[in-house]
Write a protein of this length. Structure first.
Length: 320
């Protein structure tokens, strides 16, 4: 490409949720993950209950993937009775967030992990804290919109699972081993962004599959921001890709299934109006290792290979 360079019932529920959110904000959160746990000895189909409640509460579901099936196909077994990976965003607040902080698109959608090991009577739901998300974005303070989304998400899961216990990872994250946000930019001429967008999309989509990446969901997020063209957007385009790699998820889940809050990860591709650059970004695997405290060597090996492969795809796409 030319011109490119690196660069609880009504009242009870209301009162209960108020107390819940107040206590949430008052906690001294050490870890990066919220963990819900609920007794599920009958193996009830809880993921569908969560999805239905989230949709009632103003969230959209980009993807809801049952990973036990592909685990059995590729690895001949699954260690889980239930293992769902969801990607979600809040219809109103996520759009507001991205307009304020474009790179926060890596959490629009964000991950929700739902899992229950074989032989375990307890099901867990894992999500990232707003504090962790702000850290990943390189913000000096916790972003208020992320706190609002977090509060609404936790309240919605609590409605879906009223008997669930809410825990926080009590341990601090492990030291980070690399940049938490992988970011690539390229300068372009303003009049060539449409051609470059199409070329980039074709290149990226062609390169994902050969190295084992699966696109769980792809969205023209700019249509959400413009409400299908009814209002103005600050972007010429904004594409989101929810991407996962089965070998990575399988390897990490053996010891740290709570890391499912990171999967699939969202890669963003966007151009702001009046700026002559295209931006690509995604949360790096160093977040998995730090926030979810992944220390298993095989899991780390698979994570680092995925990081390298993903980085190489982006580098090739922009011609670095």
């Amino acid at each position: 490409m030319r011109g490119l360079k690196k660069v609880v019932y009504v009242a009870c529920i209301i009162v209960g949720l108020f107390g819940f959110t107040q206590s949430l904000s008052a906690q001294n959160i050490k870890g990066d993950l919220h963990l819900f746990s609920i007794e599920n000895s009958d193996k009830n189909e809880i993921p569908a209950r969560i999805v239905n409640q989230l949709q009632k509460d103003g969230f959209s579901i980009s993807a809801d993937t049952d990973m036990t099936k592909p685990f059995k196909i590729q690895f001949k077994k699954s260690d889980f009775d239930i293992f769902h990976l969801m990607t979600i965003y809040h219809d109103e607040l996520s759009a507001k967030l991205v307009k304020k902080i474009p790179n926060a698109g890596v959490f629009s959608p964000m991950g929700v992990g739902v899992y229950q090991r074989i032989g375990d009577k307890v099901l867990y739901v894992s999500i990232l804290t707003s504090k962790a998300q702000s850290k990943i974005l390189g913000l000096k303070e916790v972003e208020p919109i992320l706190v609002d989304i977090e509060t609404k998400l936790m309240a919605s899961i609590k409605r879906a699972l009223p008997d669930a216990k809410i825990d926080l990872e009590s341990d601090n994250p492990l030291p980070t081993e690399g940049k938490l946000l992988s970011l690539h930019e390229m300068e372009i001429e303003d009049d060539e962004w449409e051609d470059i967008k199409e070329e980039l999309i074709m290149t990226l989509e062609a390169e994902f599959k050969p190295v084992g990446f699966v696109v769980a969901a792809h969205a023209d997020y700019n249509s959400v921001l413009t409400q299908d063209g009814s209002i103005q957007s600050p972007f010429d385009f904004f594409e989101t890709y929810s991407i996962c790699k089965l070998k990575v998820i399988h390897a990490v889940a053996k010891t740290r299934p709570q890391a499912s809050a990171f999967a699939p990860c969202t890669m963003i591709l966007y151009k702001e109006k009046d700026k002559n650059k295209v931006v690509m970004a995604f949360p790096s695997v160093y977040n998995w290792m730090s926030s979810a405290r992944v220390v298993d060597e095989n899991a780390k090996k698979e994570l680092m290979k995925a990081q390298t492969d993903f980085e190489n795809i982006l580098i090739e796409a922009i011609g670095e």
